[in-house]
Design a protein around this ligand. Structure first.
Ligand code: SF4
Ligand code: SF4
Length: 123
């Protein structure tokens, strides 16, 4: 169960309240108007889910970056309307050509690209 004793331990994101299975957490403003979780302890079943999703209780751990691969679509018009540099359009088009479908998941379970893209289309 989330218990805020120090406000610096809570950013007010509300993830705990969203995750609570019994909806017993409400976000309530303090005297300065910042929201903090308040738990109705009578409804809490002590499942611990609120603590598991809290980003301040589980800060990201640094990890080694194995590789960084970047690419972008050479077609400026596609890039202009894309949020990923137009890469997904290329992957989806190629996937469509190969299998007659675009699944939205060009990556295999091993994380490798399941399709080959022509270098002329990317840079
Ligand atoms: S422990 Fe479970 S039931 Fe209790 S406040 Fe957290 S998410 Fe809700
Ligand atoms: S998930 Fe953590 S940081 Fe977010 S509102 Fe709940 S207690 Fe605060």
């Amino acid at each position: 169960m989330i218990t805020i004793t120090n406000k610096t331990d809570c950013c007010g994101c509300g993830a705990c309240a969203s995750r609570c299975v019994t909806s017993c957490i409400t976000m309530a403003p303090d005297e300065e108007g910042f929201n903090y979780p308040l738990v109705d302890t009578d409804k809490c079943i002590h499942c611990g889910l609120c603590e598991r999703v809290c980003p301040l209780l589980h800060k990201p751990q640094p990890h080694e970056i194995l590789a960084v691969i970047g690419c972008k679509n050479k077609n400026e018009a596609v890039r202009f309307v894309s949020s990923s540099g137009g890469f997904f359009s290329l992957a989806a088009e190629k996937s469509w050509d190969v299998r007659g479908q675009s699944s939205g998941r060009p990556l295999t379970t091993t994380g490798t690209l399941d399709i080959s893209l022509s270098q002329a289309a990317m840079q």
